[in-house]
Design a protein around this ligand. Structure first.
Ligand code: OTU
Length: 650
């Protein structure tokens, strides 16, 4: 019955569409619409079926898809077809990503084109250009408070500059990832302005309330994202004379997805950037898309339905385009952003692996991999056609969202352990060389997060200040060790700009009134290109980091077992300083790589007896794929240097 209704609606829509658009080559569009219509209709019905205008809204959505398809270039349509054929293309080990702020990295979009050779030199072929859309100066949240979703920030250029960049990237075989901030807009967005002027249609785009009654109910169960700079989740807007929901900063108004018009607008915007050549769209803050009184307003079931709808819509118009879920939530929750009960991702194909990131930092501080091993075990297997973004640093803070139970199993008290980590990384701990800054201190519950550049957190800043060569080497080795893991873990490694040359904290944000309260700016510096040049001078810190990363990337690309097909096995060993896993390739050739990381600063011994039973290290000489050298196994003992790693062929 339901299927019939959806079919007859599809027919109505098709007749209307045919009338609207003649002489267009819509064959593929129709095939894909037919294939996805049932899913789109039933999801849309689950969310908005109660509304009297449901049918009109559904028409509107499909029209949006058709219009965007018509606007899609022949070249991109061809790419869609090729990717549909080779649909696991992004699981290949050849992809290596890099996230940057256009302005800080290269001045503007034109300047960015002049720097692409630097990225290619490193081996990068996936570029995440962080938000470049129009934002109010000052109140921009680093680009995440958008005033106009279809306009490039004039500070970095024009849409033509972006199109030129896209062409250039395509020629080089590089992918482009762009942000679409789906959860909120700036309070200066046209919709917000109209809402402020009293237009009910646009007040319905947001969560707007006359008094505190409902906001207070929400507050009972909603946590605070930015407790220091933006406590609470609602802001009084004087112009409107009403309260509006602002989960992040007070100038970021949360969109209301109970209104189908909001969903349709955002689908249209996603497809707009897909049509400008984005290969990948990063969907910001996806966990927050649905708000419900009495809940934390994160990870709600409807947020998943919205993402499924967005994905299905994208499948109809731009099926070659992938989504990244930015959901910094617990492992059991993150995994759901790929989609549940499926083989292929039905929400986002890629998700940030924040769990792995934070666990690696734990291992660095404790020089021990116990919690890392436990935490990795609690990440459920992902879907087959889905992958992780593995990263060490990004433009945000490091949250300590480990599972309390895992912390206890590792032998620590959760509260004390988190306090230790914050103290360690903010340099308040007596043995710590780290120079981070606290972020998001919550006085009510004692939570805190960590900001700081990779190099400063890894101890390089303090070591350089002291001129202590041994400490400098330790800092460099820490940076390299963590990179060796994101290269080998399974997924797309995502490097953060500046990290390949050991960029230190930049405290100049403290002099900027719009930035000084947000310590994340300490690790969002202007890239120092003179420092980058030193990567070519043998023996410099920059050279020691850059040349190793370049080699790590090159070697990763050659190892078929590093492609991501759920082909990792965590191996338990009896030395707590070591993190050991194997990667295998049973698709192309039968080969296995044993990945070993030592988080202690002293050499550690691995007893390979247990591993031998699993077929590893049968011989007394094993080859390290990174160095190309042989490593000795003496009396079934393998020695791993302090902060060292191996990629052993077995
Ligand atoms: C994202 O961040 C962005 O990456 C941040 O730069 C923005 O400030 C924020 O959204 C608002 O647009 O929403 O799902 O702990 O990890 O705010 C997680 C801070 C997010 C960030 C969190 C995050």
């Amino acid at each position: 019955m339901y299927e019939q209704v959806s079919h007859s609606l599809l027919n109505d829509i098709l007749i209307e569409l045919e009338h609207d658009i003649r002489d267009k080559n819509l064959q593929h569009f129709y095939i894909r619409l037919g294939a996805n219509f049932y899913a789109i209709h039933s999801l849309f019905h689950q969310l908005y079926g109660q509304r009297p205008d449901f049918k009109q809204q559904m028409h509107q959505l499909v029209k949006t898809l058709a219009r965007s398809y018509i606007a899609r270039s022949q070249q991109l349509r061809k790419l869609d077809l090729a990717r549909e054929k080779d649909h696991n293309w992004f699981l290949h080990q050849k992809w290596v990503g890099y996230a940057l702020y256009c302005k800080e990295f290269a001045g503007d979009l034109k300047g960015l084109q002049k720097r692409l050779h630097y990225l290619q030199d490193l081996g990068i072929n996936m570029l995440h250009v962080m938000p470049i859309l129009d934002c109010p100066r000052g109140k921009s949240d680093g680009g995440y408070a958008i005033r106009d979703f279809r306009k490039i920030n004039p500070d970095v250029g024009t849409i033509k500059d972006l199109d030129d960049l896209v062409r250039n990237l395509k020629k080089r075989g590089m992918l482009l990832a762009l942000d679409v901030v789906v959860n909120h807009t700036s309070n200066e967005h046209e919709w917000a302005k109209k809402a402020r002027n009293g237009e009910k249609t646009y007040q319905d785009y947001y969560h707007v309330f006359d008094d505190r009654e409902i906001p207070d109910m929400y507050e009972e169960s909603m946590p605070e994202v930015f407790p220091e700079t933006s406590p609470g989740n609602f802001t009084w807007d004087d112009g409107m004379g009403k309260w509006v929901m602002t989960v992040f900063n007070d100038f970021q108004w949360d969109l209301n997805y109970r209104n189908p018009a909001v969903l349709i607008e955002m689908v249209d915007i996603i497809l707009f950037w897909a049509n400008h050549g984005a290969d990948i769209i990063r969907l910001d803050a996806v966990a927050f898309l649905w708000k419900k009184i009495g809940s934390a307003c994160q990870n709600e079931r409807e947020a998943h339905l919205i993402l499924q709808l967005m994905k299905d819509c994208c499948q109809v118009t731009a099926p070659g385009v992938l989504f990244i879920a930015e959901a910094i939530v617990a492992p059991v929750e993150v995994i759901k952003y790929f989609g549940e009960d499926a083989i292929n991702a039905k929400e986002c194909e890629i998700a940030y692996n924040a769990t792995f990131m934070a666990l690696m930092w734990d291992a660095v501080a404790t020089k021990n991999a116990t919690l890392l091993n436990l935490g990795i075990k609690s990440i459920p297997d992902k879907l087959e056609r889905a992958t992780w973004l593995n990263y060490i640093r990004c433009h945000d803070d490091i949250g300590l969202g480990f599972d309390d139970n895992d912390i206890r199993l590792a032998g620590y008290d959760p509260k004390l352990h988190r306090r230790f980590l914050v103290e360690y990384f903010t340099g308040r701990h007596k043995v710590s060389p780290a120079r981070g800054v606290a972020f998001g201190i919550n006085k009510k519950n004692g939570d805190a997060r960590i900001a700081g550049s990779l190099a400063s957190l890894a101890g390089l800043e303090s070591a350089l200040e002291e001129g202590n060569q041994e400490a400098i080497q330790i800092g460099i080795n820490t940076i390299l060790l963590m990179h060796s893991l994101i290269m080998a873990f399974g997924g797309i490694p995502l490097l953060y700009y500046g990290d390949a040359i050991g960029t230190l904290n930049d405290t100049s944000y403290l002099e900027d009134e719009h930035k000084q309260h947000d310590s994340r700016w300490v690790h969002r510096p202007r890239l120092n290109w003179e420092k980058a040049e030193r990567r070519n001078i043998h023996g410099t810190v920059e050279y020691r980091i850059f040349s190793t990363l370049r080699k790590l990337i090159a070697v990763r690309k050659e190892i078929a077992a590093f492609a991501d097909h759920n082909n990792r096995e965590l191996l338990e060993v009896d030395n707590p300083h070591l993190f050991v896993f194997s990667r295998f390739d049973n698709i192309n050739t039968y080969s296995r790589v044993l990945v070993i990381a030592n988080f202690d600063i002293n050499p550690q011994i691995l007893d390979v007896e247990g591993l031998r039973r699993k077929g590893f290290c049968q011989h007394n000489l094993v080859r390290d794929l990174y160095t190309g050298d042989n490593v000795d196994v003496i009396d079934h003992h393998l020695e791993i240097p302090g902060l060292g790693f191996y990629w052993l062929q077995t």
